[in-house]
Ligand binder design. Structure first.
Ligand SMILES: [Zn+2]
Length: 92
């Protein structure tokens, strides 16, 4: 069986949380499920929670949706050079 070159190339890469210098931490928003008003986007947990409690106090709305945006980055798998050829490529 001939191995597809692009499949091997994908196998050399991994993806995960972006840990590059200057990368943004996850951003969290809290959205009211009654009126769809949203908290400001923040990188901490407490500000959205406080916003929701204040929103409940002002409007009586009690349902919320947590929206978290996380940033990912793909990188070469350990021991696999970028653009390097896999010795098994095109065989088997
Ligand atoms: Zn609301």
């Amino acid at each position: 069986m001939k191995v597809n070159r692009s499949t091997i190339r994908l196998a050399k890469w991994v993806i995960g949380r972006d840990k590059e210098e200057g990368a943004s931490p996850p951003i969290r928003e809290v959205e009211c499920t009654t009126c769809m008003e949203k908290s400001p986007a923040e990188t901490n947990q407490i500000d959205g929670d406080i916003w929701a409690l204040q929103h409940t106090g002002r409007n009586g709305h009690t349902g919320y949706r947590e929206i978290v945006t996380s940033f990912l980055r793909s990188r070469p798998a350990e021991g696999k050079p970028v653009g390097g050829r896999d010795q098994e490529q095109g065989t088997s």
